[in-house]
Design a protein around this ligand. Sequence first.
Ligand SMILES: Nc1nc2c(ncn2[C@@H]2O[C@H](COP(=O)(O)OP(=O)(O)OP(=O)(O)O)[C@@H](O)[C@H]2O)c(=O)[nH]1
Ligand SMILES: [Zn+2]
Length: 233
Amino acid sequence: MHVPARVIRPQLHWVASSPLPTRHGEFTAHVFLDQAGEGTGKEHLALVFGDVDGAKAIPVRVHSECMTSEVFGSLKCDCKEQLDYAMAEVARAGRGAVVYLRQEGRGIGLTNKIRAYDLQARGHDTVDANRLLGLPDDARKYDIAADILEFLGVRSIHLLTNNPEKVEALRSLGVEVVGRQPVIIAPNPYSAGYLDTKRRRMAHKLPRLSTPSLSLVDTLAVDESRPSAGDAE
Ligand SMILES: Nc1nc2c(ncn2[C@@H]2O[C@H](COP(=O)(O)OP(=O)(O)OP(=O)(O)O)[C@@H](O)[C@H]2O)c(=O)[nH]1
Ligand SMILES: [Zn+2]
């Protein structure tokens, strides 16, 4: 059945919803079309578990797109495992949401992220690679996430994140963040330096990590039954 779009604000429209069975349980997927500025045509997603309308202090993950890890299994970052963990956590809590924002590469887009990866392959860390490209360390915005949460009727949240700046950004947009829940993923040999840079240079609340042995790569490559970080928690 086709339901007409609902205008959230002039350039952000709710456009579709459907049940979405996942390996973490049955969510409802809501799609929001962003027609503003550079975001023209971007489709953002909210995966909702249980009844969140009017809910307080529910777990919410505001996640930024990472095609390289989420689609292709890149080991350079922790994004896919964080997403899996968040979905499992929301389902475990019985209600909550994952807001999936299409701001690839901390908002610089896929092309620039791959350019940054090329610089990282030449020895630069994730922050310096962006700077060498003349780009901000983090170009993301969270106004759409705030609007989506308001649209869903969510009253207050526990934000699943290690990034205190994300908490502050959402608060400054009027989201009542009553707590922060860490999303700590064990490093692999390719992500350890990246995670350490996030801890040292981006103020992420991450533990000091020791670099795991390279033999873990072989394990990751051959063991398809490996439990996800979410399963391990
Ligand atoms: N520019 C750039 N973006 C990256 C890199 N690695 C991952 N990303 C992007 O970073 C975004 C995720 O941001 P993170 O800094 O990993 O984490 P966060 O969302 O700030 O914090 P958490 O809530 O704790 O996950 C996604 O959009 C990824 O595509 C990188 O090396 N360079
Ligand atoms: Zn990533």
